[in-house]
Design a protein around this ligand. Structure first.
Ligand code: ZN
Ligand code: ZN
Length: 419
């Protein structure tokens, strides 16, 4: 980056306290997927203030801000806005006490337990720095605030609502996620970064009868149990030892009484894979095993296999990743790392895919560095460092926000900076 471009991230000093207040405000007011009305309004108001051309309500609550600044590349940076149905237990002075009424009238606690409030704050911060220093860059900067990442449907909702014709076509899409690494840390990698996730609901059918008369029944409990055991062989027996994948049966339900053989059982499972080939192998194996076990058990009716949630794998394109990694190395020095594969999943890649353009995605640390170092010394990182989706997940405000704003800005300038 040349001296002129360097004036853009330097603007952070003047924005820092506003961003910290914004972050605490967002953290205190989390909203579930597709209900991010207040968050979207905050983004809209900020972008209008900075002079962006704003379109809101895309795919429900999505917000698009465009800052055209002469001839040059178009860079889109995306942040997700939604929170989770988790009861916050961080004890922070700005902790959430929000509850909402969910489907079926149940009361749900709401918490920013995945750090999407960090993402929104950092993108607003980056949008501000870009607007403040228009003399130091050329091109178009696009800030995109996406709803409902946790449900895996927010990127699609925006695409289905004509995102690609409402936004200038980007040359590259950028995004980041706060992770349970020490705050200040920035990590990126080429190729596979986040897994694909597929959640399936499987219903197997038997024939109900009195618990004392198995000869009159086809027992779906035994059928489901055999399926659960057999599914364990997919990763251990059908994939190469160096192909990472996870098959987890997270829920299994059948019956109401010890003395009644029920007539069906429902299994819900989650599959994580890192490339298209292993994803196909695992999903086909699940289907094959379920059907074969039903047949082996004399099931009177074919099983139903429904996909309830699916996330694509997040596979970083090589050229933009190299470009951002070089810019990060120059800006962050030793704080920039090559990150390991992560088992979480994201729908972000649907957006560059809809535009037919490459993307890169990286992680920033959010954990208190002292707490992290202590846990590392004790060999208790897994026990002592709260991870995303935990009710104790509490990114420290700084240097997390500074790092996230700088990372987005430095990455955008790798295309837009005046050379
Ligand atoms: Zn999450
Ligand atoms: Zn997340």
């Amino acid at each position: 980056m040349n001296d002129r471009a360097r004036t853009v991230p330097a603007g952070l000093d003047g924005a820092r306290s506003d961003l910290e207040n914004l972050y605490k405000d967002l953290h205190r007011h989390p909203e579930l997927g597709l209900r991010e009305h207040r968050t979207a309004r905050k983004a809209t108001d900020a972008l209008r203030d900075f002079g962006y051309e704003v379109t809101d309500g895309i795919g429900g609550t999505g917000v698009l801000g465009v800052l055209a600044n002469g001839e040059g590349p178009v860079v889109m940076a995306r942040a997700d806005m939604d929170a989770l149905p988790v009861r916050e237990q961080t004890g922070l002075p700005y902790a959430s006490a929000v509850t909402v009424t969910g489907d079926g009238g149940v009361e749900l606690p709401v918490m920013h337990a995945c750090g999407h409030d960090v993402h929104v704050t950092c993108l607003i911060g980056c949008a501000r720095l870009m607007a403040q220093a228009k003399g130091a860059w050329r091109g178009t900067f696009v800030a995109l605030f996406q709803p409902s990442e946790e449900n895996g449907d927010g990127a699609h909702a925006m695409i289905d609502d004509d995102l690609t014709s409402r936004s200038p076509r980007p040359d590259v899409v950028l995004a980041q996620h706060v992770l349970p690494c020490p705050a200040g840390y920035v990590g990126i990698r080429s190729g596979a970064f986040l897994s694909a996730a597929d959640s399936l609901r499987i219903t197997v059918h038997g024939r109900g009868a009195h618990g004392s008369m198995p000869q009159a029944a086809v027992d779906p409990v035994v059928m489901a149990a055999m399926i659960v055991v057999r599914l364990q062989t997919i990763v251990s027996r059908e994939l190469a030892a160096n192909t990472p994948a996870v098959v987890t049966v997270g829920s299994i339900h059948a019956g109401t009484d010890p003395n009644i053989i029920p007539d069906s059982a429902v299994i819900q499972l989650n599959v994580r894979t890192y490339d298209h080939a292993s994803r196909t192998t695992v999903l086909q194996a699940v289907e094959r095993i379920v059907k074969a076990e039903c047949e082996a058990s004399r099931s009177p009716k074919a099983p139903e296999i429904e996909k309830i949630v699916t996330f694509p794998p997040t596979i970083n394109d090589e050229a933009p990743t190299r470009r951002v990694a070089e810019a990060f190395a120059a800006h962050f020095g030793d704080d920039m790392h090559t990150i390991d594969l992560q088992t979480a999943s994201e729908d972000m890649s649907e957006i560059p895919k809809a535009f037919g353009v490459p993307f890169t995605y990286w992680g920033i640390g959010g954990t208190d560095p002292t707490l992290y170092a202590q846990a590392a010394r004790n060999g208790t990182i897994a026990q002592d460092v709260p991870v995303n989706h935990s009710p104790h997940f509490a990114p420290v405000v700084q240097p997390t926000l500074d790092t996230g704003v700088s990372a987005l800005t430095v990455a955008a300038l790798a295309w837009l900076g005046v050379h």
